[in-house]
Design a protein around this ligand. Structure first.
Ligand SMILES: Cc1cc2nc3c(=O)[nH]c(=O)nc-3n(C[C@H](O)[C@H](O)[C@H](O)COP(=O)(O)O)c2cc1C
Length: 173
């Protein structure tokens, strides 16, 4: 995985993601580390174009690009199953982004947890209703995936801020 070339991709070619690649991406999430190995995360894979268009409306801002994506994976955590539920879901979400990049796909995280729709409804509730997900799941994010239809500059050494790193004592470089 080359972290210099990974960027959030929000424009996708109108071609489906192959089933084998979707399975590889899901495997990365299903095998991701979780607190006490509690494995509280579940995933809803959405490849139905009409449903994708509906789900794209789950946020007031920041989710409209989702409507033209070929693939959306909702990352959810079963409430009460882990004391590290949010962290577990985030790690699973990013694991899928890393795997997608490795497979030559672009992806973007769309945050859902504690966000609202344009008419002030809970984005999590909106997602649960659209996908028949039970109420005992919190919805962390969507991982939106597809073949990139945009060019984004790669990161360079200038983007790596080593001042964020201390050795042994805070502030010691
Ligand atoms: C926790 C989290 C929430 C994010 N939420 C959104 C979002 O709701 N909509 C969106 O378009 N991008 C979202 N992003 C993507 C960020 O905007 C993006 O990662 C950031 O601008 C850095 O760009 P890069 O991923 O190309 O390095 C989110 C990323 C993270 C990690």
């Amino acid at each position: 995985m080359d972290f210099m070339t990974r960027r959030s991709i929000r424009k996708y070619k109108d071609i489906p993601v192959e089933k084998e690649k979707i399975d590889e991406i899901l495997k990365a999430a299903l095998l991701a580390p979780t607190g006490r190995n509690s494995r509280p995360c579940e995933f809803v894979v959405i490849d139905d174009k009409d449903l994708i268009k509906e789900v794209a409306e789950l946020r007031e801002h920041g989710s409209s690009f989702v409507k033209d994506a070929p693939l959306v994976i909702g990352v959810m955590g079963e409430i009460g199953k882990s004391s590290t539920l949010l962290a577990d879901c985030c790690i699973a979400g990013f694991a899928m982004q890393v795997k997608a990049h490795e497979l030559g796909l672009g992806s973007c995280w769309v945050h859902v947890n504690e966000r609202k729709t344009a008419d002030g409804k809970s984005s999590e509730e909106f997602f649960r209703e659209k996908t028949n997900t039970p109420d005992n799941f919190m919805v962390m994010c969507l991982i939106v995936i597809g073949y990139s239809a945009e060019e984004k500059p790669h990161y360079t050494e200038k983007d790596v801020n080593w001042n964020k790193v201390s050795y042994n004592k805070y502030g010691k470089r």
